[in-house]
Design a protein around this ligand. Sequence first.
Ligand code: AMP
Length: 190
Amino acid sequence: MINLVLFGKPGAGKGTQAAFLKEKYGLHHISTGDLFRNNIQNKTPLGKLAQSYMDKGDLVPDQVTIDMLEQAVDENPKAKGFIFDGFPRTKAQAQALDIFLTRKKMPVNATIALEADDDILIERLLNRGKTSGRVDDQNEEKIRNRFEEYNIKTAPLKDFYSAQQKFHSVNGIGSIEEITMRLTHLIDSL
Ligand code: AMP
């Protein structure tokens, strides 16, 4: 079993790369952003709650996010491992994930950050916003707020996972194929 956490600012390519990695390593991909968006589409109470935060580019509160993530893991007992995409994004989430996975005897093997400059990310997100319909991708101010959330709440997780010798970073600039190669090279060396 292998459990990977994909880190990176919005637009870094986590979702795109997770789609390749899940096929290559036979893992189950969980994106908390996608789970929230499914809830919004299905007009669930969780979706309504999440939308008010997501539309502004703010993080959804920890406990609802943690509960949703744990449920998604529990719904896949036969998975050979998981790619966590966009989770954890705060220290409270990282601590909850550690406790949850340790109890299940399937700890995180590695966390990998996809690194790219803000200017490149903004360009990618505004482009994605033209076709994705995502409100949070269509406005530079909201995008900058998402970066701010990342810098304040998510970036400190680097220290959290470095202390466990589980933090790795990968250059997220280049073609999709190049970045997939960097990631698979790293994962194969774990
Ligand atoms: P993403 O698709 O990963 O860019 O996430 C889109 C939005 O969903 C974020 O801007 C947050 O509002 C919300 N979200 C996704 N994952 C989390 C998380 N782990 N904690 C809190 N909010 C989240």
